[in-house]
Design a protein around this ligand. Structure first.
Ligand SMILES: [Zn+2]
Length: 223
């Protein structure tokens, strides 16, 4: 003889069981949605870098550029092309300290990468007034023209304006006493900017010869 028993839970227990399943499903849904949101927001985060540009008045403007990956770190900047007579977007030139050192003479390296200054009257372009233009020794960007060179009696090549404002950047020294001039395309230190130059600008771009390379005009055509 067998005894058949039918086990039935009380209604209260069945209700608890149903409620428990609903709660667990809700928790699981919230958990999965949270993971999805975290993954999406994590993919959208990108590092930012700050680039500072200056002008000849010693004022500085700051812009923010987005860098998305190492392969996209090549920054495009506007540079005046003396051959095409146009401002063009070109790659900013970034090299390692070792690469600059191997490319430049020791004097040019110390001046352009470590802000050294050549002795007054010692530079090869101090008293040169031949027709032509001066490029950055480090990256060949056209910086100054002989038409804007004058004798400041300072002992360094002096210009009252650059070939194009886009091709240089100015940065106020930390103590605010001097304004540094650097090449806009490769950040090489060139010299300093003073306000005792001739008209029409009243500016004196006091530049180290060792930071420059002279390119003589091949014809009488000059800017
Ligand atoms: Zn340069």
């Amino acid at each position: 003889m067998s005894i058949q028993t039918i086990q039935t839970d009380p209604p209260v227990v069945r209700q608890w069981r149903t409620d428990f399943k609903v709660i667990m499903k809700t928790i699981l849904k919230i958990y999965l949605v949270s993971i999805f949101v975290l993954l999406v927001s994590g993919c959208q985060k990108e590092p930012t870098a700050t680039i500072t540009n200056g002008d000849n008045n010693g004022t500085e403007t700051t812009t923010t550029a987005v860098q998305t990956s190492p392969s996209q770190q090549q920054t495009q900047i506007p540079i005046f092309n003396i051959d095409t007579n146009k401002v063009e977007q070109v790659d900013f030139i970034k090299k390692s300290d070792q690469q600059w050192r191997s490319q430049l003479s020791e004097e040019a390296y110390q001046i352009t990468r470590h802000k050294a200054t050549e002795r007054p009257m010692s530079g090869i372009y101090n008293t040169v007034y031949d027709q032509g233009h001066y490029t950055c020794k480090s990256c060949n960007t056209a910086l100054y023209h002989s038409n804007n060179k004058y004798d400041s009696h300072s002992g360094w090549p002096s210009f009252w304006q650059p070939i194009a404002e886009e091709n240089i950047k100015t940065i106020s020294d930390s103590d605010g006493r001097r304004v540094e001039i650097i090449c806009a395309r490769c950040n090489s230190h060139l010299g300093h900017l003073f306000n005792d130059g001739p008209l029409p600008t009243g500016k004196r771009h006091c530049i180290n010869s060792a930071a420059l390379h002279f390119v003589a005009d091949s014809s009488d055509i000059s800017r």
